[in-house]
Design a protein around this ligand. Structure first.
Ligand SMILES: [Zn+2]
Length: 285
């Protein structure tokens, strides 16, 4: 079986420079492709470097709403420069009214500027949304979206909004964190996801699985637990159990969905696999 991680943050500093070791474990476990999401200007060059060194990495560049205060005046130009460098997606972008103390001001304008880039280039956008689903629906409805589709990563919205977002081109990715007992509501929403819109993610190093499913415990330098991206296969197994479906048929479906959205193989044709223009400027560090 081949496994596809629709959303992680392999570049994260909490991994302490152990990315090669993590990727070797993922390769042994059958991870065929992973979308590595940048979250702010300072980590975009790391995402680019990982993608250049490892064909399993599909890079994605975006400003996450948690880090908007860090953005420089020319952040959008820097983002375009990264997207011009290599076949890539846009993300992680989003809206967040959940995080305590996080200003909502400017979130929509930054989100829409990035959604526009994804629409213009027709590459998938990976979207984070917490406690602002109604507004996200309005913004997606009223603005250009990538024709190839978009990902609602760790979809935690209402079950009844799944068909609404699906009509707007959304795919829904399921994280291992939702296998926790208290995440029953979030799990149940995935029963409403159309079969051809389902994806799976680790969100590593975040969103750890329940301990009894975490076969690869990992800790950062500070001793805090981290989610190892090789846990992807355990997320597949947990989701297959929940849906009452053999993991083999689920994996085949996810493979088809992932490749339809993100493109089949490195360098192949597909939504995200466009050739960068010859005049591409360097991704600024
Ligand atoms: Zn994320």
């Amino acid at each position: 079986m081949n496994f596809y991680d629709a959303h992680n943050h392999l570049q994260d500093d909490r991994f302490g420079g152990r990315q090669d070791e993590l990727l070797a474990a993922c390769a042994r476990a059958g991870v065929a492709r992973m979308v590595v999401n940048g979250a702010c200007e300072s980590d975009w060059p790391q995402v680019l470097a990982l993608a250049r060194a490892h064909s399993v990495v599909l890079p994605s560049f975006g400003y996450h709403p948690w880090y908007l205060a860090e953005r420089t005046p020319d952040w959008l130009e820097r983002l375009k420069a990264c997207l011009d460098q290599i076949p890539s997606a846009v993300g992680e972008i989003g809206l967040d009214r959940w995080k305590p103390g996080l200003p909502y001001e400017h979130q929509e304008e930054v989100f829409l500027a990035q959604l526009q880039l994804a629409a213009e280039r027709n590459v998938p956008a990976s979207i984070h949304c917490l406690q602002t689903w109604g507004r996200l629906r309005e913004l997606l409805r009223d603005h250009p979206r990538p024709a190839c589709g978009l990902v609602l990563h760790s979809y935690g919205g209402p079950a009844e909004m799944v068909p609404v977002f699906a009509k707007l081109g959304a795919y829904f990715s399921f994280p291992g964190y939702f296998l926790r007992a208290r995440k029953a509501r979030q799990r149940e929403a995935f029963r409403r996801v159309p079969p051809d819109r389902l994806l799976v993610e680790t969100d590593a190093p975040d969103q750890p699985l329940p301990d009894d499913r975490n076969a690869f415990p990992l800790a950062g330098a500070d001793g805090k637990p981290l989610n190892h991206p090789v846990n992807l296969s355990a997320v597949y197994r947990g989701l297959a159990e929940f849906l009452g479906e053999p993991v083999e048929s689920l994996a085949a479906r996810i493979e088809a969905n992932f490749q339809r959205l993100f493109g089949p193989v490195p360098g192949g044709s597909g939504c995200a696999a466009t050739t960068p223009p010859p005049s591409a400027a360097p991704c600024p560090s």
